[in-house]
Design a protein around this ligand. Structure first.
Ligand SMILES: *Cc1c(COP(=O)(O)O)cnc(C)c1O
Length: 495
């Protein structure tokens, strides 16, 4: 049966999976959501015997029902190949009382690779299926990691161009270097004088500008999105939770049907939402532990039912989570409102107007599976140091936010359910913050001295992604005001 996607803001706007992937965002700023999430058609024990690609096929085929088996297997096999530096694709590592699901073994060493290595294939396949002949322009706002992963995924892909906006002073030095050295004639990287929310708001505005979109169409272009608002990014993320669970079944840690908890360091709410959808597919998840940094808008939301972005934007050592408007939360709001587009739209209108909304008590009851908390900068650093000292395991700052929140959860609840922590970036991507957490003396060293020191302490090989940028020349140096984003897009496209 064909799975239909609907807009969270207008239930009359529907799309097949491939159409939803092509469009990225629904009209009127809505997001596409599956009408219902189909149940697994193989058992968890069977999945435990499969490798990453096979698990991916068995999950994704249920969500992308208008793709043929050949099309989907082509996308999966092209994405999850030796671009990943480990055969497992996403290894599960037991350390310090939890299972760290290392999602950073792809070409840009952050978990965004899990979805962005496959999105270009899903998108070009979707274009073919729908007889789209326009060139596809990927428009992306990034808090640091999406940008590089999307650039790497789309560089030199025929029929596409990619434009990335990042907050000029809001990403790590390594993140910036990774982006501005990007090769590929179809790539364009712009720093904006603003924060991530400014970048995301500017991009969303271009998406929903009907006049602009018809002008682009005349010129043979159409926009699509590589942000986690695209279901082509959400669906591949469901896979790794299923994969992690079934590894625990395979090694006898749990029996098929036993519950696990997941801890997700959260920004735009895409990763944790994928886990939520995986549960609806039948994955036995007990708690979704939503970890925030000092931009703790989600913690406050889960505690009070009030979402309020009217607050100071704090630059932290986990920049990919420095977000006050968590886009994918809208998909959860829509769901807990009883798939009610009218109610959802009301709340989202309040968010863009007053900057806040409050959900009803009935909606709040639907959030019983979620636990939210946050980690301060000092707590995050202390966790990195503690786990390095106890287990010789060095984690990145985002993962450390998750590990800190997990500790808080356990001391509050005493819950001993086996727990998977999403480890979302390599420590090499945030070397300075990570090394400073271990010893503040390191701050005197240069970025690449720190890379070599991290290598010495951890015994983990320096990833190719880091070696690549040691000497790579800067190819992108455009910086613009936040109200000049459209002008930059037009300039790059020559229209
Ligand atoms: C993007 C990102 C996050 C946040 O993920 P969301 O899906 O936006 O919630 C966390 N950690 C890292 C390293 C990231 O790149």
């Amino acid at each position: 049966m064909e799975l239909i996607y609907k807009s969270t803001r207008n239930s009359n706007e529907t799309a097949t999976a491939s159409m939803a992937i092509l469009k990225g965002l629904a009209d009127e700023g809505g997001l596409f959501v599956p009408d219902s999430v189909p149940a697994f058609d193989v058992s968890l024990d069977e999945l435990a015997g499969m490798d990453y690609r096979e698990v991916a096929y068995n999950v994704m085929k249920l969500m992308l029902t208008d793709f043929t088996e050949d099309e989907l297997r082509h996308c999966i096999n092209s994405a999850y190949d030796d671009k990943f530096d480990t055969k497992e694709i996403a290894p599960l590592v037991k350390k310090a009382g939890a299972y760290y699901l290392e999602l950073f073994h792809g070409s840009t060493i952050a978990f965004k690779d899990m979805a962005l290595s496959i999105l270009p294939y899903l998108l070009t396949t979707s274009a073919k299926k729908n007889n789209v002949h326009n060139e596809i322009v990927i428009l992306t706002a990034t808090s640091g990691d999406t940008g590089k992963a999307a650039l790497a995924g789309f560089a030199d892909v025929p029929g596409t161009k990619i434009i990335v906006f990042y907050p000029k002073n809001g990403v790590s030095p390594i993140q910036e270097k990774q982006m501005v050295t990007q090769k590929g004639d179809n790539t364009f990287v712009v720093g904006i004088k603003g924060n991530f929310d400014d970048a995301q708001t500017g991009v969303k505005k271009m998406f929903s500008d009907a006049e602009l979109n018809s002008y682009l169409n005349e010129k043979g272009y159409q926009f699509s999105s590589a942000n986690s608002i695209n279901i082509g990014r959400l669906v591949p993320q469901m896979v790794y939770y299923v994969y992690a669970y079934t590894r625990l079944v395979a090694d006898g840690t749990i029996k098929a049907g036993d519950k696990i908890n997941v801890v997700v360091p959260t920004g735009n709410f895409g990763n944790i939402l994928a886990a939520y959808y995986a549960k609806q597919m039948g994955l036995p998840i007990n708690k979704f532990i939503c970890a925030s940094n000092e931009n703790k808008v989600l913690y406050d939301f889960f505690s009070t039912g009030n979402y309020n972005r009217n607050r100071e934007f704090i630059l932290t050592s986990s920049p990919s989570m420095d977000i006050l408007i968590s886009s994918n939360l809208e998909r959860l709001i829509y769901r807990i409102a009883g798939n009610d587009a009218v109610k959802n739209k009301e709340l989202m209108t309040a968010l863009s107007g007053k900057g806040e909304y409050t959900i009803t008590d009935d909606m709040k009851k639907e959030l019983a599976d979620f636990y939210g908390n946050y980690a301060s900068e000092a707590e995050t650093a202390a966790t990195i140091k503690k786990v390095y000292e106890s287990d010789s395991y060095i984690m990145d700052t985002h993962t450390a936010v998750a590990a800190t929140v997990y500790d808080k959860y356990v001391s509050e609840t005493g819950d001993k359910t086996p727990t998977v922590i999403a480890s979302t970036a390599s420590p090499y991507k945030f070397t300075r913050s990570v090394m400073n957490a271990i010893d503040s003396e390191y701050d005197k060293k240069t970025d690449f001295e720190l890379v070599d020191e991290l290598n010495r302490l951890s015994g983990v090989k320096v990833p190719q992604a880091i070696e690549d940028i040691r000497t790579a020349p800067v190819r992108h140096d455009t910086v613009c005001e936040k109200d000049e984003m459209l002008a930059e897009v037009k300039k790059f496209l020559g229209i």
